[in-house]
Write a protein that binds this ligand. Structure first.
Ligand SMILES: [Zn+2]
Length: 239
C-alpha cells in the first residue's frame, strides 16, 4: 500500500497526514470516540466475525452441488469440503450486515486542505453474478474540510465493503459515498482496478483483462482540473 500526500510526511506510519503548516497543538486531537468492540472486526484474519451466516445451511447446499455435478460428497477427499466452504463464505461475506463507514467515525481536526491519497489498497471481493472472486487494488483520494481520518481506516473500509456479494461498480461507489458522507470531504475520488475470475476462468476466458471503475464526488466531479490532478497522482509510477 502506498500512501501519498502532496506535502512530505514526517513519518508515514502516523495515523493522520501531516499538514503543510505546523499544527497549533490542539488541532490533531480526536473529535470522537473509538467505536469500541467494532474495532476488533477484521483485526484477526483467521477469525473473521460473521454471526449472520448460517453455516449448516451452506454445508447442506455445498453437499447438494457436489452431488449435482456427479461427485460423491462422501468420498474421503470431499468429506470436510462443505464445512470448509461454509467457513470460507462466512469470511468472504462477513461485511454484508456491517457498516464499514464506522471506521471513519474517529476523525482528527487538521488544518490541511490538499489532496490526501492512499493508493494500492489490495482487495478481494466476490462477483455476485458468478460467486467467483475478483481481486485488485483500490485508490482513494479526498479533499478534507477541516478533518482527516487515520489512513489505515480507508483501507479498512475497502476491506469490509469488499466482503459482500458485489459488482465492482457498486464497491467503487459505496466507498466513495462513505468517504464523502462521513468526512464531509469537499471532493472524493475512488478508482478500482481488478481482475475478474468470471472473465478469466470461464465464459470469454480472457486472462490478463483488467476492469477499471471510478467514482468522483464533489470537486473532483465538477472541476476537470482537480480531477486531472488527482488522476495524475493515482496513476503516477512510484519513483
Ligand atoms: Zn462475474
Amino acid at each position: 500500500m502506498i500512501t501519498e500526500t502532496l506535502k512530505p510526511t514526517a513519518d508515514p506510519s502516523v495515523s493522520n497526514p501531516t499538514t503543510s503548516k505546523p499544527s497549533n497543538g490542539s488541532a490533531a486531537r480526536a473529535t470522537s470516540q473509538p467505536s469500541g468492540s467494532d474495532e476488533s472486526f477484521f483485526v484477526d484474519r483467521n477469525e473473521p466475525v460473521a454471526k449472520h451466516v448460517d453455516l449448516p445451511r451452506i454445508e447442506a447446499a455445498v453437499r447438494s452441488i457436489l452431488a449435482a455435478v456427479g461427485e460423491d460428497p462422501d468420498r474421503d477427499g470431499l468429506l470436510e469440503t462443505p464445512a470448509r466452504v461454509a467457513r470460507m463464505y462466512a469470511e468472504m461475506f462477513a461485511g454484508l450486515k456491517s457498516d464499514p463507514g464506522r471506521h471513519l467515525s474517529k476523525v482528527f481536526a487538521e488544518n490541511y486542505d490538499e489532496i490526501v491519497l492512499v493508493r494500492d489498497i489490495s482487495f478481494c471481493s466476490m462477483c455476485e453474478h458468478h460467486l467467483l472472486p475478483f481481486t485488485g487494488k483500490a485508490h482513494i483520494a479526498y479533499l478534507p474540510s477541516g478533518k482527516v481520518v487515520g489512513l489505515s481506516k480507508l483501507a479498512r473500509v475497502v476491506e469490509e465493503v469488499a466482503r459482500r456479494p458485489q459488482v465492482q461498480e457498486r464497491l467503487t461507489q459505496t466507498v466513495a459515498d462513505m468517504v464523502e458522507d462521513r468526512l464531509s470531504a469537499r471532493g472524493v475520488a475512488v478508482v478500482c482496478e481488478s481482475t475478474h475470475s468470471c472473465m478469466t476462468m470461464r465464459g470469454v476466458r480472457k486472462p490478463g483483462s483488467l476492469c477499471l471503475t471510478s467514482a468522483m464526488r464533489g470537486v473532483f466531479r465538477k472541476d476537470p482540473m482537480s480531477r486531472a490532478e488527482v488522476l495524475e497522482l493515482i496513476n503516477r509510477q512510484p519513483s
